[in-house]
Design a protein around this ligand. Structure first.
Ligand code: DGJ
Length: 722
């Protein structure tokens, strides 16, 4: 068939349907493997023509038929489904028409290109710019929207999505991640039905406690780790979010992602622009595993603070002491940290407050001065003592919060979110500071910066946030209360920006009571996050599996504690698949346990580069079998680490051999079990032997040699032979 005939055939008869040849202007956003194409219709509206695998020959884009899905539906016009944007003009008109004006594409470097599509209402001076930043080698598209008011008066923007995407498939399978305190990130898959499904948060602070702002959307059939077509998406916003899925009467799906419009209409004066947070997504035709690897690679390169730099191992004192400690005891604990061989000692909650000492969670939050009884020589002394023992020193802060029993509350009752004519509503006996007030924002900034200036040796911060936002009223915002949720988060970002200008590389953990803040809006300021207060390793297997879908290992703080009754080996092996730390009474360890832990720390130092920066292959899901298997492979495919966890296995349960993934089939690899208890020998039949990558990926390994024992684990190091 000649090229011309083929073109006519494809253009007019593709899939048996008569299609109109594409003659309108196209806007193509492409990464190495992903294609997002818009067309500008004769009516000057912009339509999404396709989202999917990039063509082998991008010239094929010209064959894509016109499509009726408007790219960014504006409310009040003829489309009656959920709009991406809805606003009320200064004259009260509640409609918006968005017509194409122009678009530009610029390459910031050879990996990143940004396309901006400018839309304008023909009758009103409102402009919308749709931004699409394409990260080619990571196959990630980051999209966000700017809304600009040039009308004479104020406009009220009620919906302002970051992104709207359209799909046409037979079925749609949504995987969401939900939970609660100490049971975060439960993975749940369901088939979408006609109508609306929303995943959202209205919690304000600690916004991600019940639902995490991430999802997989598989097309036609459920995806697994290695097969299936899917979108993986996440919103970079540390506040209320909403993912809105709507299947229309023709079985098309539209997905709207952005800040939750709930109670958040945003007023824009003449000349003001609102910029939404970014929706970050990837598209995979080979299952969830590839989607996760794309996100991990993007996160390390662009999304997380110092994503390509090593992390510190640490000993935290929270589980060992809670708020009950004194200077001498802490200095004693430094020896425990050196025994383990970790890099840093992290002093948790309880070190501050004098008029209202922080001896429990009822008092002291907001008064960030060292408690004189507990720490007579201050933080500086502790930093020096730690340094003398070869340790770095870090500290816990919860700078956005206040206990009513505090000097801060007494001095600044108007700095606190609380409703007029209502009783204060407490969670963990605390209230949220009104960050929308610049004076309060300044106070929070100075809390952190003054502490770091006074104690230049401080090497780490754990930034906590232990309640969500009820009492939702800002004394500062007066008649602009509907801006509170948004302005709170924007103000938090400004504070973090200022801190980062002064301390660009200080490692800071995003904590929020475990799982409360897990998003890429915050992670550009933080090096890691605290996934859950639940450190029972059996629970952690599921929690860490969940987070691993969207966040790379070096961001997932995973601590060995005394939660759960499992062996120290099982607890450590589980923590090692993330960013290893300890929160445990070392003095209670047996000699064997301590010896094991010391060696494990050394092993981790050897393996951590592969875990932190390697590609993750999730091989067996704990949701499918009573075990979990995952491995990390470095970029050169010369080193890999495999983690195998037997969970609550049944008597005589049979587990098949496990085929490895991600290796180089041509390379020869030595397989060696590591992290064994002192004196223990590996049961692995293949231990110490050399196999080709091909063999390991075809025949695999028997990871349950001998008797299957519940709650046992294996760490296997796989090194290419030179
Ligand atoms: C909640 C955190 O998740 C814990 O690790 C600990 O830091 C406490 N807060 C301290 O109050």
């Amino acid at each position: 068939m000649s090229k011309l005939v083929l073109f006519i055939y494809l253009a007019f008869f593709c899939g048996g349907t008569v299609l109109k040849a594409q003659s309108n202007k196209q806007i193509i956003i492409a990464t190495k493997n992903v294609n997002l194409v818009f067309t500008v219709g004769a009516n000057n509206r912009v339509y999404q023509a396709c989202l999917g695998k990039r063509f082998l020959n991008q010239a094929d884009n010209s064959l894509i038929p016109n499509n009726k899905h408007e790219a960014y539906i504006a409310g009040g016009m003829e489309d009656l489904l959920q709009p991406a944007i809805r606003l009320i003009h200064s004259d009260g008109n509640p409609s918006l028409e968005l017509r194409y004006v122009s678009h530009t594409t610029k390459n910031s470097d050879e990996n990143i290109s940004e396309t901006n599509i400018l839309l304008q209402d023909p009758k009103y001076s409102v402009q919308v710019i749709l931004h699409y930043q394409a990260f080619s080698s990571e196959d990630i598209i980051k999209s966000w929207t700017e809304i600009k008011n040039d009308e004479k008066g104020e406009i009220n923007v009620e919906n302002y999505a970051s992104s709207m995407l359209h799909f046409e498939a037979k079925d749609y399978w949504l995987t969401q991640f939900h939970g609660d305190w100490a049971s975060e990130m439960k993975m749940q898959e369901s088939k979408l039905t006609s109508g609306v499904k929303e995943i959202d948060s209205k919690l304000g602070t600690r916004a991600d406690m019940y639902q995490t702002p991430v999802f997989f959307l598989a097309l036609n059939k459920p995806a697994d780790e290695t097969t299936g077509e899917l979108l993986a998406g996440t919103l970079a916003w540390t506040g209320n979010f909403q993912f809105h899925f709507e299947i229309d009467e023709r079985n098309a799906l539209q997905v709207i992602s952005g800040i939750n419009p709930y109670a958040s209409a945003y007023k824009l004066k003449k000349g003001e622009t609102f910029t939404t947070p970014a929706f970050i997504f990837t598209y995979s035709t080979t299952g969830k595993g590839q989607a996760s690897r794309n996100l991990h690679q993007w996160a390390r390169n662009y999304g997380v603070l110092d994503g390509n730099k090593p992390r510190l191992t640490l000993l935290n004192n929270w589980e060992a002491t809670h708020v009950n400690f004194n200077e001498k005891e802490l200095v004693g604990l430094f020896d425990d940290a050196t025994k383990l061989g970790v890099d840093l000692f992290l002093l948790d909650d309880g070190w501050f407050g004098n008029k209202y000492p922080r001896d429990n969670d009822k008092a002291g939050l907001g008064d960030w001065q060292e408690n004189k009884a507990k720490l007579p020589n201050g933080i500086g002394y502790l930093v020096k003592q730690a340094e003398a023992k070869g340790l770095k020193f870090g500290i816990w802060l919860e700078p956005e919060m206040v206990n009513p029993k505090s000097e801060l509350y007494e001095q600044h009752p108007d700095w606190i979110l609380k409703l007029p004519n209502r009783d204060e509503n407490y969670q963990r006996n605390q209230l949220v500071l009104d960050l929308t007030n610049p004076k309060v924002a300044d106070y929070v900034y100075h809390t952190v910066v003054d502490m770091l200036t006074k104690n230049p040796g401080l090497a780490y911060i754990k930034w906590d946030c232990n309640r969500s936002m009820s009492n939702t009223w800002s004394p500062y915002l007066k008649d602009r209360q509907s801006a509170l949720f948004v302005d709170y988060t924007l103000s938090l970002y400004k504070i973090l920006d200022r801190i980062r200008q002064k301390y660009p590389h200080l490692p800071i953990m995003l904590c929020s009571g475990g799982g409360g803040r897990t998003d890429y809006g915050a992670l550009k300021y933080f090096t890691e996050f605290w996934p859950s207060d639940d450190t029972d390793p059996l629970e952690r297997v599921y929690i860490q599996w969940g987070y691993s879908n969207f966040f790379p290992a070096l961001t997932i703080s995973s601590h060995v504690t005394s939660w759960g009754k499992q062996s120290i080996k099982f607890r450590t092996d589980v923590a090692m698949m993330g960013k290893l730390g300890y929160d445990i009474k070392v003095s209670k360890m047996t000699d064997d346990e301590l010896q094991f832990s010391k060696q494990a720390d050394k092993n981790y130092n050897r393996l951590s580069n592969t875990i932190w920066f390697g590609d993750l292959y999730r091989i067996i899901s704990p949701y499918d079998e009573n075990r979990m298997v995952a491995m990390y492979v470095n970029a050169e495919k010369s080193k890999a680490v495999l983690f195998n966890y037997n969970l609550n296995t049944r008597y005589k349960e049979v587990f098949n051999r496990v085929r490895l993934q991600g290796l180089d089939s041509q390379k020869k690899y030595k397989v060696e079990e590591t992290n064994l208890m002192p004196g223990a020998k590996s049961n692995l039949a293949e231990n110490g032997r050399v196999f080709s990558g091909d063999y390991l990926m075809t025949m695999g390994l028997n990871l349950t040699p001998g008797k299957l024992i519940p709650l046992t684990s294996m760490v296997i190091e796989i090194n290419a032979e030179n």
